[in-house]
Ligand binder design. Structure first.
Ligand SMILES: [Zn+2]
Length: 317
């Protein structure tokens, strides 16, 4: 079956509309011109791609056009490893937004590489990425950006494991709560592949446990006050939902199973944790890659015989 597309004629008639605030007249024209439900929905949520003249597939994002652009560019880069190339290519072809887009980055694009931490998985360095990541669908770059370079032990030999790790990092990226993976590079000296990750800035400026506790106490005490930030946010969210459900052509309750809740996140509404500044901690037990797992002494808390636990009991007491 042929893919349903908007005709050039329809595109010409609607290309100058502001899809996020259509007039009543424009709305009824859209309803008349775009009969396909899916295309209409995409248009109303994300507008038009001026390049292919079809509705976008995401916010400021036209997947067919972006995929096409990436594909044209495949010949211009290689990691030197077939599996890594294929992995990045596949991820680029199916990427749904800029935050899930990865790329191959030459190691010489990084400077000021400094050791940061060591763990069971490998070693993390911090560095400055001169070009910085793409930040929009025109693939504009952010410029100089501090990043974390996460090097897995012996990743030159365990490409499959390394790629699995990269994949789970891309999949898990949902919001600013998680750390974004920008791509892959390779240390030319050791031939180890390296994940290029977002570096959470200024860990020492984040609230400490006491400050967080005070914050939560304040929220608890003020929860009945209408001006409390949580109540304000609930009110705002309700209003956004009311607007989005009344502006939708098929009026739905915000909680009906087919509608999507749309919230705007306040850029400063997210609090992140801070590294605890304990002195003289011993090296992590798994820091040494040669650890013999059988020789590791486990803590008391996990020396439990699970077969003796009555976990199927109906009384949870
Ligand atoms: Zn397009």
């Amino acid at each position: 079956m042929d893919e349903i597309k908007l005709s050039d004629d329809v595109f010409e008639q609607i290309k100058d509309f502001e899809y996020w605030r259509l007039t009543e007249e424009q709305k009824s024209l859209i309803d008349k011109l775009i009969t396909d439900k899916e295309l209409k929905k995409r248009y109303k949520i994300d507008g038009l791609c001026k390049n292919c003249k079809q509705p976008n597939t995401g916010h400021d994002w036209c997947q067919p056009c972006i995929s096409n652009h990436f594909q044209q560019n495949f010949k211009n880069w290689t990691s030197g490893n077939h599996d890594v190339d294929a992995f990045i290519q596949k991820a680029q072809l199916k990427t749904e937004d800029i935050n899930h887009t990865i790329e191959w980055i030459e190691y010489d694009k990084f400077e000021d590489v400094e050791y940061l931490a060591k763990g069971g998985f490998g070693i993390t360095f911090k560095a400055v990425w001169k070009d910085g990541p793409w930040f929009n669908s025109q693939l504009k770059r952010k410029g100089e950006t501090k990043v974390a370079l996460k090097r897995l032990h012996n990743s030159q030999d365990i490409t499959a494991d390394f790629l699995k790790e990269v994949e789970s990092n891309i999949l898990v990226y949902l919001t600013c709560w998680t750390v974004r993976c920008f791509g892959i590079t390779k240390d030319p000296k050791t031939n180890n592949f390296i994940m290029v990750m977002e570096l959470i800035n200024d860990p020492l400026k984040r609230p400490n446990a006491n400050e967080l506790r005070k914050l939560f106490d304040d929220l608890l005490v003020n929860r009945h006050n209408n001006n409390c930030i949580i109540n304000k946010q609930i009110k705002e969210a309700d209003e956004i939902n009311k607007k989005s459900s009344s502006s939708s052509s098929t009026a739905q309750s915000p909680l009906s199973s087919t509608s999507t809740l749309q919230y705007m996140t306040h850029p400063q509404a997210v609090y992140t944790s801070r590294i605890l500044d304990f002195k003289n901690l011993p090296e992590p037990k798994n820091a040494d890659s040669n650890d013999d797992l059988l020789g590791i002494e486990y803590s008391e808390s996990i020396k439990v015989d699970f077969t003796k636990l009555n976990i199927n009991s109906e009384n949870c007491n």
